[in-house]
Design a protein around this ligand. Structure first.
Ligand SMILES: [Fe+2]
Ligand SMILES: [Fe+2]
Length: 153
């Protein structure tokens, strides 16, 4: 059981890191929105540290708080890694890239220990994970605005 939790945390850190790598590609490739993606990448890198830190206390983490499932996390990590490779060979259109990010943010939200939101106890780690949940909703919103901004895609 403990190993399972450890694995979930590792996969969740990897997810944040992969999303960060994707946004660094966007930052460098879609230079008109370079600062938007630079900021997003920075926040994802911060998420990776939060999850990593929370993972140090994984043994104290109540199992029911961990909504994620290792198979889903592995799958989404693989998907992002393949996308980055594919995009590097053949850069995507803005629309394709931004829609992919939008969908990813909506799904990343699912993986972020969804159940912590309803948790009453407020340890520092739980508070941080709650913020992470909020952040991902915010990221999806920000990308949506970018997609809807006239002339962007
Ligand atoms: Fe994130
Ligand atoms: Fe995000």
């Amino acid at each position: 059981m403990e190993d399972k939790k450890r694995e979930l945390f590792n996969l969740a850190v990897k997810l944040e890191t992969n999303i960060c790598r994707l946004y660094i590609f966007y930052r460098d490739h879609f230079t008109e929105e370079g600062s938007f993606w630079a900021k997003m990448a920075e926040e994802e890198s911060h998420h990776a540290s939060i999850v990593e830190l929370a993972g140090e206390y994984y043994d104290k983490f109540p199992q029911e708080l961990i909504y994620s499932n290792a198979e889903n996390l592995k799958k989404v990590n693989r998907d992002i890694e393949e996308k980055i490779k594919k995009y590097a060979e053949k850069p995507p259109s803005r629309r394709e890239a931004y829609e992919y990010a939008y969908n990813l943010e909506n799904s990343a939200y699912e993986f972020h220990f969804q159940n912590v939101v309803s948790k009453k106890s407020e340890s520092r780690e739980i508070k941080r994970l709650k913020e992470l949940n909020k952040d991902d909703r915010d990221h999806a919103e920000r990308i949506k605005k970018l997609l809807e901004r006239p002339g962007t895609v």
